[in-house]
Design a protein around this ligand. Structure first.
Ligand SMILES: *Cc1c(COP(=O)(O)O)cnc(C)c1O
Length: 404
């Protein structure tokens, strides 16, 4: 490690809150699937900022839009209108088939906004008695870091020490439709769930779970909110992960790759009358729907489609999964995933995923461990077969060299 690298890490550690434990690699530049550290060493990014850079680092078309728009107009607040918002609405509605759009910034804000809207919908439309609205969520969920959200997390490190929390949430096991059905009451306004649990380690529910969930939501007048902040925008090989299940959510949350990693942009997409309950002054955000964000998101969505990234995700995802499945190593317990949202779960005896991530870093691959034994693999959706072949060699070397 160079003195420059060491010094930057020491300064971070001295001045920053220690709420992250990053790998000791200090990145300075990115292009497509590649990133370079301050020493000029190149890495294949297999995390994509938790799927926020699906379009690849510093995509030239998104960059051009950003610089162009930044010279013209960046922020008006919603006290006035701007010439990008209507076009953003039009294009996101056409892309996703939604009828109503609420633009926000971070993913957590989109989740919080949906919770607010759906509660209000419960009182005004469904007729739930005041302050009795219930929302069902899943164990091992990840929906963000705000107080409202961590209050219904089941991860002790996400919620420990942060209480007291807001009431009104019920937790059921992910993938268990019977448990979901049993939790529904006349006061249930929504079911908030990830199509594939990303932070939990890329957990895919069994076939038919979401069909049953969709049926139950419709039958009981429960709004189905799919958090597609990580799974959406091509990550799983479809525009939205719900397409794999053949269902449609009532409310869809997207964020992360909505800006291709340039800027925090998120949105609540609604197919029912849920967003209709929000009246002037009842919800807002200074930066939500600003012209810079809208312009960036418009191009980020456009390149996703025009550059064939969603199809590439399906094709290269299947190829990458097969290549990794063919690695013979006593470390590997299971390989799972959909599209380019992949995970390698190691055996408990393998010694933890972190040391595999460190070894892969040495070989020029950046991946992140999750839940002790799982390595998540999610390169930008522009990854090529040659790059996957090279990455597979590095995985093979590391998985066999460190096997128990
Ligand atoms: C990342 C993520 C969020 C939170 O997004 P932020 O932009 O970090 O607030 C919410 N839900 C899911 C599924 C995510 O992956």
């Amino acid at each position: 490690m160079s003195i420059a690298t060491k010094s930057l890490i020491e300064t971070e550690n001295r001045l920053g809150a220690h709420n992250y434990k990053p790998l000791d690699v200090v990145l300075a530049r990115g292009e497509g699937v590649w990133v370079w550290d301050v020493e000029g060493k190149r890495y294949l990014d297999c995390l994509s900022a938790y799927s926020a850079v699906n379009q690849g680092h510093c995509h030239p078309k998104i960059l051009a839009t950003m610089t162009e728009q930044a010279k013209k107009l960046t922020l008006t607040s919603r006290a006035f209108r701007n010439d990008q918002l209507a076009l953003f609405y039009e294009e996101i509605a056409a892309l996703t088939g939604s009828h109503k759009v609420l633009p926000m910034n971070s993913g957590a804000e989109a989740v919080e906004s949906a919770i607010k809207a759906v509660r209000k919908w419960g009182y005004e439309v469904k007729g739930v008695p005041e302050n009795q609205a219930e929302i069902i969520v899943c164990s091992e969920n990840f929906h963000g870091r705000t107080l409202g959200i961590v209050g219904f997390s089941t991860d002790p490190s996400a919620r420990g020490g942060f209480g007291p929390f807001a009431p009104g949430f019920k937790i059921v096991p992910f993938g268990d439709a019977a448990a979901f059905e049993a939790a529904i009451t006349p006061n249930t306004v929504a079911f908030l769930v990830e199509p594939i649990q990303g932070e939990a380690g890329v957990i895919i529910p069994t076939q038919g779970y979401f069909t049953k969930v969709r049926e139950l939501c419709t039958r009981h007048g429960v709004t189905l909110i799919l958090d597609e902040i990580q799974t959406g925008l091509g990550r799983t090989g479809k525009l939205l992960a719900e397409e794999h299940e053949g269902i449609e959510a009532d409310v869809t949350l997207i964020g992360k790759a909505l800006s291709g990693g340039f800027y925090p942009v998120s949105a609540v997409l609604s197919n029912s009358d849920v967003l209709g309950v929000l009246k002037p002054g009842q919800h807002g955000s200074t930066f939500g729907g600003n012209p810079l964000a809208c312009a960036i998101a418009r191009t980020a969505m456009k390149v996703l489609v025009e550059d064939g990234m969603i199809e590439n995700s399906a094709k290269q995802g299947a190829y990458f999964k097969e290549r990794i499945e063919n690695i013979r190593s006593n470390s590997v317990r299971e390989v799972r995933g959909r599209g380019l949202m992949l995970a390698v779960e190691l055996h408990p005896e393998a010694g933890g995923a972190r040391r595999y991530c460190e070894a892969l870093r040495e070989r020029g691959i950046l991946v992140k461990d999750t839940h002790v034994d799982t390595i998540r693999i999610a390169p930008p959706l522009v990854v090529t077969e040659d790059q996957i072949d090279w990455a597979t060699e590095q995985f093979e070397q590391v998985l066999t060299a460190l096997e128990p």
